[in-house]
Write a protein that binds this ligand. Structure first.
Ligand SMILES: NC(=O)c1ccc[n+]([C@@H]2O[C@H](COP(=O)([O-])OP(=O)(O)OC[C@H]3O[C@@H](n4cnc5c(N)ncnc54)[C@H](O)[C@@H]3O)[C@@H](O)[C@H]2O)c1
Length: 370
């Protein structure tokens, strides 16, 4: 079968998946059949990965990297916070991880080798105002997804966790053993799922890797993708929006912390380094490794003031700053100890330098303003 014909068939198969309410026998077998033929033609053992939340900031970069690494990629996203045009390839299925019937159709139509789960709500402040929204989506919908994964006998799951599970740091840098005392519903939702994953491994044999990100930052070095949160709450895009005139100023919350320049220190990890760690974690699971949890950060903290200074340098623009009060629950330093990921996954950040992270984010910021 010619590759074009293979692709056309997959598109037809996807259309069937999206439209049908009950999977057909044709639909059930089509993907297995076509995948096998394509893999034979290319003499590869092509694996199929479901990326849930693949239209979002991190998920879209992951889809791009998986495609480049030779995986067959299917994105499931309800576009509540993502963008269809951020999914640069593979199949896109519009749907919700809380929809068990939809998940059953999806898992029946494709033979997934693994699932990467990025889908959640992500605003810490909103999670305090409206915890129900967060527990419904981040916990209940994730549970529905995990049950589908188990019932359809997929045995590898990568979960987007967060440094928010640790709460107020008792020591810095934070390693994986640090006590887990999340201080808001967002952080607790992540910690609940981590514990559920431990139980699901014990009871059902589902192998997972929980990746605890510190601050994901930067953009695709090729300039095709970047950060597009609405509303935006992350420091680097906010600073760059102030540089580009998209917002009037940037507020710095607190300048009397016990840090060299008085502003908070955070650990910024380049989006491609983050995705690289996911790829390594996935490959490890696919070769039969045990479940694990890893911190992902640069290990080098940068203060809010340092970020603003670097942004001024890169953009050549003034960045109006408003000095605000400290925010409740903002620790002075939040820096990762990522040695475990480096040792066990063989992961090494390539873009650890703050200047590169900000330069890539600025390239994206300018491209989206055109
Ligand atoms: N951005 C960071 O710095 C950071 C830090 C720590 C952890 N995380 C975690 O990483 C993951 C991805 O974060 P992001 O910054 O890319 O967020 P994002 O909002 O850009 O992406 C999340 C995606 O999930 C989709 N989604 C949400 N709920 C869904 C559902 N029920 N069904 C289907 N799709 C759904 C959204 O439409 C969006 O495309 C999240 O789980 C987040 O908690 C992010």
């Amino acid at each position: 079968m010619h590759y074009q014909e293979y692709k056309a068939n997959l598109v037809r198969n996807r259309a069937l998946l999206v439209r049908s309410t009950r999977p057909t026998l044709h639909q059930k077998t089509n993907h297995f059949f076509l995948k096998t033929i394509y893999a034979t033609l290319l003499k590869t053992d092509m694996k199929t990965i479901l990326v849930v939340g693949g239209a979002g900031y991190i998920g879209s970069h992951m889809v791009k990297m998986l495609l480049a690494a030779g995986y067959y990629v299917v994105t499931l996203d309800n576009l509540s916070g993502g963008y269809r045009d951020a999914v640069l390839g593979g199949d896109f299925v519009f749907g919700d991880s809380a929809d068990r019937n939809g998940l059953d159709r999806l898992f029946t139509g494709y033979a997934f080798d693994g699932v990467m789960h990025f889908a959640s709500f992500i605003q810490v402040g909103e999670s305090v105002q409206n915890p129900s929204k967060y527990y419904q989506n981040n916990v209940a919908a994730t549970l529905t997804l995990l049950d589908a994964i188990v019932d359809h006998r997929v045995n590898a799951c990568i979960f987007s966790s967060s440094a928010a599970i640790y709460g107020e740091p008792q020591y810095v840098p934070l390693d994986e053993q640090h006590p887990k005392q999340p201080m808001n519903p967002y952080g607790l939702s992540k910690w609940i799922i981590e514990q559920i994953l431990t139980d699901y491994d014990q009871a059902y044999g589902l192998k997972s890797v929980c990746l605890r990100y510190f601050n994901a930052a930067g953009a695709d070095p090729d300039g095709q993708l970047g950060e597009r949160h609405l509303p935006e709450s992350h420091l680097i895009p906010l600073v760059l929006q102030a540089a580009s005139g998209q917002r009037e100023s940037i507020t710095v919350y607190g300048q009397d912390y016990d840090t060299p320049d008085g502003t908070c220190i955070r650990d910024y990890i380049h989006i491609n380094d983050l995705c690289q760690a996911h790829l390594l974690a996935l490959e490890r699971l696919l070769t039969g490794a045990e479940s694990a949890a890893y911190n992902l950060g640069n290990g080098a903290g940068f203060s809010v003031k340092q970020v603003i200074d670097v942004a001024k340098e890169i953009t050549g623009q003034p960045i109006p700053v408003i000095m605000g009060q400290r925010r409740a629950g903002d620790p002075a330093r939040l820096v990762a100890d990522s040695k475990l990921a480096q040792t066990e996954l063989g992961w090494q950040p390539q873009y650890a330098d703050l200047t590169t992270i900000v330069a890539h984010a600025w390239q994206w910021e300018r491209a989206t303003k055109k």
